[in-house]
Design a protein around this ligand. Structure first.
Ligand code: SF4
Length: 341
């Protein structure tokens, strides 16, 4: 921790940030509630999805699952289907596991302390800090990418923020700074500062409400991060097989990225590769740039245990990852399906 005490007045920093937030803070639906279930849902949605996308989904989702009881009561397939379009489906599985634990072990009520929250499956330091501060207004730290950027610039901190040492520093600093009297507003404010004035490129330091506390010499060079793994190209070949108004789909197995969801079956055999493709898609999955070809096969393929023929009118009820849903709804497949129907 740098010795910033002679010039860094922590309470003055808190006041400046919170006062700015009261004047300029954005009004999001998850900021109008103190219900920990609603906070948890918004936090999980926001972890990998942009605010505009979450804004389009959050309230609808909350109307469908207004309490942990509602999500705990549905099967996994329904939960996955409800999350479609948001991606990173481990989040909704985690949400459902937490909902079930809240219902079965906590009588439907969220614990309001760190020790209690630790007993819930998949709750790490970030989610715990978000629940404690946003739902219960307790002075718990949070560090996400925005907070890491603001703190590293305020302190002109040049160690990689994704290193063990960097993370330890940031969490300790966030804990030291969080306002004990206004934790909810303080944590919202520091996150929002990172989204508005303290942007990744071209930070707006002239107008920044905490510029007098900031020691960044070249803010656009901070935070420092470890190099990202290189993007690897991958090519997949899937098949479209239809018989008697049913389509062959494969259910992703436990341990797979999209466990519980349905996709086009994969075949990399010579026969499939020699067929022209109906559709070509490119998309990113973590560090992979995937090119996927879908080939129409008319000869019945040998079925694998995880594959099944599903009536076409039922397919919309099944959970599918975005590339598969987009393929199914594409003009190329639509024309073929119309002919077959
Ligand atoms: S002065 Fe600039 S670098 Fe420092 S916190 Fe504000 S926007 Fe970020």
């Amino acid at each position: 921790m740098p010795d910033t005490s002679p010039i860094f007045d922590i309470q003055a920093f808190r006041n400046a940030l919170v006062e700015w937030f009261r004047r300029e803070g954005k009004d999001y639906p998850w900021r109008r509630t103190e219900d920990p279930w609603h906070i948890l849902v918004s936090e999980l949605m926001l972890q990998q999805t942009t605010i505009p996308t979450v804004l389009g989904r959050y309230e609808l989702w909350m109307r469908r699952f207004p309490t942990p009881h509602h999500l705990a009561a549905v099967d996994e397939q329904t939960a996955l289907r409800s999350w479609e379009g948001l991606g990173y489906y481990r989040r909704v599985r985690s949400l459902q596991a937490i909902a079930r634990e809240i219902v079965t072990s906590f009588g439907g009520t969220f614990p309001s302390d760190k020790e209690g929250l630790k007993k819930l499956p998949g709750i790490g330091p970030y989610t715990s800090g978000a629940l404690l501060s946003f739902a219960f207004n307790k002075p718990a730290p949070i560090v996400d990418a925005n907070v890491a950027r603001v703190l590293s610039r305020i302190d002109n901190y040049s160690t990689a923020v994704d290193s063990t040492e960097g993370l330890k520093y940031l969490w300790a600093r966030a804990e030291e700074l969080v306002d004990p009297d206004h934790a909810r507003e303080f944590n919202s404010a520091i996150m929002e500062l990172g989204q508005t004035y303290c942007r990744i490129s071209a930070p707006d330091c002239l107008l920044c409400p905490v510029r007098s506390f900031c020691t960044a010499e070249r803010p656009e060079t901070l935070p420092v991060k470890n190099p990202k793994p290189e993007i690897t190209r991958a090519e997949h070949h899937d098949i479209l097989y239809i018989r008697n108004k049913s389509i062959l789909l494969s259910k992703c197995q436990e341990g797979e990225r999209h466990a519980g969801m349905y996709r086009f079956p994969q075949r990399d055999d010579d026969h499939t590769l020699s067929l022209p493709h109906l559709l070509k898609q490119t998309y990113n999955v973590t560090r992979y740039r995937v090119t996927r070809y879908i080939h129409h096969v008319t000869d019945a393929p040998a079925l694998r245990p995880e594959e099944e023929l599903i009536p076409l009118e039922k397919v919309h009820e099944l959970p599918m990852a975005s590339p598969d849903r987009k393929a199914l709804n594409s003009a190329a497949l639509g024309k073929l399906l119309d002919k077959i129907k």
